[in-house]
Design a binder for this molecule. Structure first.
Ligand SMILES: Cc1cc2nc3c(=O)[nH]c(=O)nc-3n(C[C@H](O)[C@H](O)[C@H](O)COP(=O)(O)OP(=O)(O)OC[C@H]3O[C@@H](n4cnc5c(N)ncnc54)[C@H](O)[C@@H]3O)c2cc1C
Length: 250
């Protein structure tokens, strides 16, 4: 897909401002320069990243306040790499869901086998979420590792297998994500801001004509999932195609 787009695709371009000119065209300012366009889709950005963009004219009050009330959850991916997937030899799939609230499992919601298909390494990936995540982050690296080893021992039994590497990513620390897995609506937000939500979720409009929104967080049937990102992207593209070529049947 990137090859088809050729030079029109600019990767690593941090968008900082979207300004609507008097002639209704948009200037999109990024770290790679300025692009002028009739239609702009703000695609995939979580709400706090959208409101960090300098919009001129500014987003209307209801839209801005709705976005300010759509937080993203907190999650960390903690992957433990072993020489081999030793749990398989014990007949375990490596998928674990922790329902008890006692230490050590109260730090982790679930884990699964994330080994490469070749099984050249064994990788178990665990997720710490919400309050568990914030408590886990207060531990030192060695304390975190010990917690995880205890959790695995609790679920799979003790092992002498050496953990050769730990790879972890806390999504709230990623300046281009600011959390995960997706947004959620605290109580009262949808009922208080329903017209603005309809503009996002039904009409795909973020601001004045030509300023669109899509992304996994803005899908009605698949909020928070990759198929939601694709569905909203296609839906928004179709709306633009219809506006550009009203006679085209798509
Ligand atoms: C830990 C984790 C596990 C997940 N597991 C699953 C799963 O198993 N199945 C599933 O379907 N979904 C899963 N999801 C959700 C899935 O990743 C998202 O729904 C999907 O990536 C949304 O796609 P998107 O294109 O809307 O946004 P993104 O994939 O977030 O893409 C947005 C892009 O915009 C870029 N960006 C941000 N700000 C700017 C800016 N100012 N200028 C320019 N670019 C910017 C970002 O760098 C990013 O590349 C998971 C998410 C997380 C965090």
């Amino acid at each position: 897909m990137a090859a088809q787009l050729g030079g029109d695709l600019q990767l690593g371009a941090h968008v900082t401002a979207i300004h609507r000119r008097a002639n209704s065209l948009y200037e999109v300012h990024s770290s790679k320069g300025v692009v002028v366009a009739k239609h702009v889709i703000v695609a995939g950005l979580t709400p706090s990243l959208i409101t960090a963009i300098d919009f001129q004219p500014p987003l209307d009050g209801a839209m801005d306040q709705l976005l300010e009330r759509m937080p993203v959850g907190t999650t960390m991916k903690y992957s433990m790499v072993y020489e081999k997937p030793w749990w398989r030899e014990r007949g375990y799939l490596g998928k674990m869901i922790f329902l008890n609230t006692s230490v050590p499992s109260n730090y982790v919601h679930n884990c699964f086998d994330n080994s490469p298909y070749s099984w050249s390494r064994g990788v178990l990936t665990c997720f710490t979420e919400g309050a568990q995540n914030r408590a886990f982050l207060r531990l030192t690296d060695s304390e975190q590792k010990a917690v995880m080893q205890n959790i695995l021992a609790e679920a799979l039994g003790p092992t002498e297998e050496k953990m050769v590497e730990v790879l972890s990513k806390n999504w709230a620390d990623d300046e281009y994500a600011r959390g995960g897995y997706n947004i959620f609506f605290p109580p009262g937000v949808l009922s208080s801001f329903w017209p603005a939500a309809q503009r996002i979720y039904e009409q795909r409009q973020l601001g004045p004509p030509g300023l669109w929104i899509s992304g996994g967080d803005y899908s009605l049937p698949s909020l928070g999932y990759m198929n939601g990102a694709i569905q909203t992207g296609e839906e928004t593209a179709m709306k633009i195609i219809r506006e550009l070529s009203p006679k085209v049947i798509v």
